[in-house]
Structures are given as C-alpha cells and as structure tokens.
Design a protein around this ligand. Sequence first.
Ligand SMILES: *Cc1c(COP(=O)(O)O)cnc(C)c1O
Length: 640
Amino acid sequence: MTDSSNTSPWSPRKSAELYGIDEWGGGYFGIDDDGDVVVKAPHNGHHTAVSIPQVIQGLQQRGLDMPVLLRVENLIDGRISALNDSFAEAIGACGYQGEYRGAFPIKVNQQSHVVAEIARFGERYNHGLEAGSKAELMIAMSSLSNRESLIICNGYKDAEFIDLGLQARRLGFKCFFVVETLAEVPIIIERSRELGVDPLIGVRLKLSTKVEGHWAEDSGDRSLFGLSTIQLVSVIDTLRDAGLLHCLQLLHFHLGSQIPNIRSIRAGVLEACRYYIDLVEEGAPLGYIDLGGGLAIDYDGTGSTVSGYSRNYGIKEYCVDVVEAIQESLDAHDIAHPTIVTESGRATVAHTAVLLFNVLDVSNFDPAPTPSELSEEWHEQVTNLWHIVNKITLEGLHESYNDVLYYRDQVREAFHRGDVSLRMRALAENLCLAGLQKIISLLPQMKRIPQELEVLPQQLADIYYGNFSVFQSLPDAWAISQVFPVMPIHRLDEEPTRQAIIADLTCDCDGKLSKFAGPEGESSTVSLHPLKEGEEYYLGVFLVGAYQETLGDLHNLFGDTNVASVRINADGTLDFVHELHGDSVADVLSYVEYDPQAMFKEFRKTAEQAVRDGRISVSERQQMLSAFTESLRGYTYFER
Ligand SMILES: *Cc1c(COP(=O)(O)O)cnc(C)c1O
C-alpha cells in the first residue's frame, strides 16, 4: 500500500486502482460512489449503470440464492457490436474491398439463451455460428434465421454430419465444411453427389507461425489440427478430379486461443495469405479467409504479453492489423479482397457473465495477545522464542525469521519427547505467529525481500470460504491456472485490510483461488474486507462467460449454480429475462446413476426398522422422512 493511502481516507477510486477494474473491465464494470460494483450497459453511445448488490437483492426476492451466475444480455450485444463495428471501421479506413462476417464458436458457450441472443442480435451484422460437432451444427441450423450468416463446420465429420450440412445448404444457409483431414474429402464428394448439392468447402491450414501463451502447442508444425502442405496439395487434386474445385471457397486457420501478442496474429495472417495466393493460382475461387479464434481478453489488466492472461493489443488494433495484412499481401498479386471471417469466442462472451457468491467463514492466522512478561515456569526454548519475538527489527529481519522458526521447531521436538505440555506448545505456536506477522508487517520496508520471506504473506494469508465450487464454476482456474479477476462487489468505500486466498466448498486441496491479478502484476493473495457480524459479504469472479459453464464438473456433487440473465434498460431499470434454478441434490444424484426415489424408499425402510426397534418414535420418523425429501429437492450449495 502506498503512503498516501495511510494518510487520506479510503475511496472507491482507490479500490478501482487496487483491483484493476478499469483495466480488465473493458468499460463494462465500474464502482459507484457508494462503493458498489456496477455493470455498465452500452446504450447508443453512453452507458446505463446498475449496481450488482441491487441485482442480488432482486435475485433473492425471486428465490435465487447464492451462488449465482449473472449473465448480462446487453453485454453480449455490446461485444457483437464492438467486433463488427471495429471491423467495419478498419475496412472503411483502409479502403478494403471485402466484408467481415463473424461466426461465434458454439463450444465457447453452448447455453441456449446465449446462442439465441447472439443469433438474434447478430442478425443485423449477418453474424453466424461455428460448429464443431453434429450437435452444434443442429444448434446452428435451428438458431439462425438470416441466410447471409455463415455456418462454419470444423472438427471431424462423418457422413451424417455432412448430410446435415448439405441439408443446411439446401435450405439456403452458407454452410461450409472445413476439411481437417484427408479422410473427410471422399465422404464430402460422395454425399454431395448422392444428395445433388454443391458443398461449400474450406481447408484448414497448419501454419508454421508459433504463438506464445497457453495454447502455444496449438500452433506450428506439431499442432493437432489442420492440413500440412502435402495434404493440402492432395485435397486440391482430389477436388479437381471430382470436378468440385469451384467449391473450395474458404481458407481456414486457427493459431490458438488467447493469443497474447499482436505480432503473432499478423505473422499468421501473412503466412495464410501466401497459401491464399497460391490456391487462387491453382484455380480455387476462394473468396473467404477465416482466422479462427485467438482474439484475447485482458484477464489480469496488465495489457502485456508477459502473463499469458492478457494481450498487448485491443480489438480495434486487431481489426486494423488483420485488414491491412490481407490487403497488402493480396494487392501485390492483384487478387480480389476476400470476406474476412473470424470465430472469436472468448472475446464475444467472456465479459458477459459474473459468478457471484457469499463468504461463509474466514480462518486467519492472527496471534492471540502474547504475554508481556516472562514466566519462571516456561520451558527454556519458549523463553528463547519470547525474547526473539520481542526484538524483531527491520535490520535483522531475515535472521529473526530463521530464529523464530528454529525455536518453534525446538519446542515442537520437546513436545514430541514429552518435555513440553500441550498448553506450553500452544503458547509457543502463538508466539511464533506473532513473530511472523510482525515480520510480514515490516516486509514492505525491506529493500530486497529474500524469497523465503516473500512467500510469508501467502502462507499466513486468511482463508475465505466461498459458497461455490471451483470445479463446477471456474474449471479453468483449476485445470490451466487461469487468472480471473476476483473482487468484493460492495464495501469498496472501505479499505480492504485483509490479505486472503479463497477456498471453495469442495474440501479438495485444489478447490481454491490463489492466483490473482494485482496492481503490480500477479499476486498470490487478494485484499478483502473483514467480515461483519450478521452481514453477508459478496465476492464476484468476472469475465467467466467463456468456456467455464460446460467444462465445469460435478466434483463432490456440487451441481450447476443458479443462473440469472438480466437486461438493463436505458432508464436504468432491470428485466429479469431468464431465471434458471441450479441442480437439486436429486438432480446430481441421478447424473451419477442413483435413483433418488429408490434411495428414499431405502431410507424409509431403515427409519421404519428404527421405529420397530424402539430407537425413534413414529413422529420422529415422519420428521426425518420429510427432511430427507426436502434435502433431495434442495440446492447443492450452502443454504442459510
Ligand atoms: C476454440 C476455437 C475457437 C474460439 O477461440 P477463441 O480464442 O475463444 O476466440 C475458434 N475456432 C476454432 C477452430 C476453435 O477451435
């Protein structure tokens, strides 16, 4: 904390700086004068703000308890507009002769309300959908009404997949099969002859351009997907022989997700353009160039390529760079400008959902008051420890740290031998805590902090127990150590004085959040407020709209959370558009093949036997049975 924060009172402004909300919020989130987090919905060039604590109140009145996934429909619209408008601007500014067509990759968020909203709002931009499986293609065909919008089919395709896509063609959809493997080509040829439909075909390239970040493996020669140059030549020959080369209209590549560096994107586009030029010379008409996904999100607010959870460019720069690179490459060969397609998933939906939960409890490592005087009765090593703790100074900080641990361990050994009593050991452990906390308080004044001491604040950080499951709601935080912005959604006019990590309900060592975006980069703790007696404390995890919902699992049988979709009106009022109650206990039990009714019958038998044996009364039996039924119907999370 800076010196000024000690002298001037805390303010929402300081909270905004501390949590970096203006950096990662993309303009959609902020803090109001009362210290509440607000969602800012774009409305004709200005914003309408609604406070999240107010939304929570509305949810509670509607019986939706914590945890809740809050989806803001306006933000879906806002992101679709931002993407399409930015491309339109770049195309206009560069004098590019082609158009832009977006295709939202359904795998990034398959929830029907999300896809429906993308299809509805995206219609004005001819925004389409990308499908990676038969199920997703069926979603695309039943969601889109605009025949100008694209349907892009990626992934391995069997005859049934291809038949579905050919039917989509018949119905007037611009439905592309992107060839990922040689094996698909004969099936496409055979099925389109059989059904008498000319297919629209794309080829997925395996580029040599490598990207940084978590998906570096997706790029380069070893990438799992796409055709090598050898395979590409073979596809061209096969299509030409079949008289279908005129159907090859799209060139596809996907460098990976969350590409941190704009230079990799530019390099990838330039490399793809080389293929584009030669494919045209081979006689393929083309007309579409599809960049796949990769447009990154600034999860940690650093705006840099260092962490992998951010990027060194914005959406406008992305669009200009892509348009310019294609234009320059193709103009040199007098080739007409193609329609630019992107399959931006993360960038379209990440901002649109916030996970909200309450804190159930806190455990901390604060010492109880320590004795101000020595006692004759103490064990010698406890006395030594007391002396050390009482003379900790900045100058000898590292040495004091070593001494504190040394004497603590001496006491522990003495305890094992039976020379120190339980109470004496507890006294020593408390002295040790007091010493370590004193050391932590002096750390900021140290010129260079030794590594051993640097980790102390995390080792002694508070543990805030949140009413949620990392595995269900934030699977990427567990699986790929993804950083998501986490902060309190109220009390931001008060200084958050505690350093904490956040544990979930699963009682699994991995069920925690211990990597946070801080003002000075990644941090192992987050600043939170002390709990207030009789008052809920709410935290929000932001930018969770991409990938998290379907990847989440049933660890410890915590099920889907409640979901609320809201729409913010221009006058600041709120429509609760969809309310979805999360899984009940009976739901999650049936997912793992239990039969809740059979379980109830078994329980009833056991209870009846207990009545017969005289252990419980009949009325107690009735109470137990109704409690059991109630539990089956209940929410899987902690209910107050
Ligand atoms: C996953 C994926 C995307 C989406 O990537 P984002 O980085 O989320 O935009 C797009 N296209 C393909 C082929 C993908 O596999």
